[in-house]
Design a protein around this ligand. Structure first.
Ligand code: LLP
Length: 439
């Protein structure tokens, strides 16, 4: 992927930096991000849209990986940003991300979060439900502003992906569903609500999607609804048509995602066809890719420790990380590939299963990986860990979270410091009655 290659020493090199040097300098586990690959991917999305002739916006879904440096990178590349919490919003604002290019998602935005976003003057709220619509209207009136709003619809489209990351179907916690009339009611109510201006409609059908059929179905359904909203329910400010994210990436050789251009062309063609058929002016089309911008750009480096051979059954090899830094195998049965970064030219000679260090049998990173004879001290590189790894990392077992570096052009920059054990206990408080004179 990207700028990764094997160098003269037989080591994995990323962004022109030898992975064994990264390990001596920053330690393990370590998240390494290929900055050029992230930039190239963001540019590929924009270039694909340019050929469609449509007005567009590409908003990076920051839930996939959100840090100050990442927000700066996205800002530099001129993308918009999708945030889903006060924490992501705060990160973006701290990074001086242009507030007008921020969209706020989420099915239960709190009053505090809404006030924070209104005060910052963000670009738009993607309103998920009636409670939020009323709350947002009231808070906007209080602050003397009008908030631009998209309504999140549940278009009733099911896509083939893991159940937990399939979101567009009707029986979902997200959005206004069309069949019950909730979506129609939401449009009518939004048009009447003081403090909000209904500027768009949103749908998101799921994540890690490998085909275009689901997008086409959702676009067709939402476009018809858009026409009704404009023509029958007085939503005359509608201009934005947000089709969400979900573009799949390659984790293993078995994965066959489409090219970025193929996704965008399919979406643009479907939008044009639907809007032509309905006799409507083309909207501004928004997409919200997360995984596909950062997923392949991330590699996690671990140090190999103990192993356990159960003859005739399986050999377990443990690394100094696991579900605390990558919960995806345990949560979604996600499959990853790995190599030995310090012995990258050696051919595989054994099949081993890579275990994490957490006290939990389910903490397995990879089942049946083909590797050269693995020894303690080897550096294991797990690829395509850029999305939903750091952002979903935890301190389970009080494991300190790894550092994050961006590599480019032969340089490595630390963008998140490694947590120390003191960081892990930093927010703990011992009530005086438990101190017993020892603290
Ligand atoms: N827009 C909305 C409204 C979303 O809910 C999501 C992801 C995205 C955009 C970005 O989707 P992407 O392009 O990254 O597929 N933790 C799970 C993925 C959860 C996705 C949630 N929503 C995982 O590790 O696979």
């Amino acid at each position: 992927h990207g700028t990764s290659r094997v160098n003269e020493k037989g080591h994995l090199e990323i962004g022109g930096v030898d992975s064994t040097e990264l390990v001596s300098k920053f330690g393990t586990p370590l998240y390494v991000f290929d900055e050029q690959l992230m930039r190239d991917t963001m540019r590929a999305y924009k270039a694909a849209w340019e050929t469609t002739g449509l007005r567009y916006e590409v908003a990076y879904a920051s839930k996939a990986f959100c840090t100050l440096a990442m927000c700066r990178l996205v800002a530099e590349e001129g993308l918009a940003l999708d945030v889903v919490s006060g924490g992501e919003l705060h990160t973006a604002l701290k990074a001086n991300f242009p507030p007008e290019l921020i969209h706020f998602h989420g099915n239960n935005k709190t009053p505090d979060e809404i006030e924070q976003a209104l005060a910052a003057g963000i670009g738009a709220f993607v309103v998920d439900n009636f409670h939020e619509l009323a709350l947002l209207g009231a808070l906007a009136v209080q602050q003397g502003v009008v908030a631009d709003v998209l309504l999140r619809l549940a278009p009733g489209v099911e896509v083939h992906t893991h159940e937990y990351i399939s979101t567009g179907k009707e029986d979902s916690k997200f959005g206004f569903d069309l069949s019950s009339g909730a979506a129609e009611q939401a449009v009518k109510q939004a048009v009447q609500t003081k403090g909000v201006r209904l500027v768009g409609l949103h749908s998101h059908i799921g994540s890690q999607i490998f085909e275009t059929e689901g997008f086409k179905l959702a676009i067709d359904i939402v476009a018809k609804f858009y026409a009704q909203a404009v023509q029958e329910w007085a939503a005359q400010d509608l201009t934005v048509f947000n089709v969400g994210g979900g573009f799949g990436i390659r984790y293993t050789e078995e994965d066959a995602p489409l090219q970025i251009q193929e996704y965008i062309e399919a979406i643009a063609t479907a939008v044009k066809a639907s809007f032509d058929r309905l006799g409507l002016e083309y909207p501004e089309v928004v997409i919200e890719p997360g995984r596909s911008i950062v997923g392949n750009a991330g590699t996690t480096l671990y140090t190999v420790g103990s192993s356990k051979d159960i003859p005739g059954v399986r050999k377990y090899v443990s690394v100094n990380g696991g579900m605390a830094d990558n919960p995806r195998p345990a949560l979604y049965q996600a499959v990853y590939e790995a190599m030995l970064a310090n012995r990258a030219t050696e051919v595989p000679s054994e099949v081993v299963s890579i275990a994490g260090k957490a006290c939990e049998s389910g903490d397995m990173l990879i089942w049946d990986a083909k590797l050269p004879a693995v020894q303690a001290g080897d550096i294991l590189a797990v690829s395509s860990t850029g999305a939903y790894n750091y952002s979903m990392a935890s301190n389970y077992n009080r494991i300190a979270r790894p550092a994050v570096v961006f590599v480019q052009n032969g340089h490595a920059d630390l963008v998140v410091k490694r947590e120390s054990y003191d960081d892990v206990v930093a927010l703990d408080i011992v009530p005086a009655r438990l101190m017993n004179g020892v603290l």
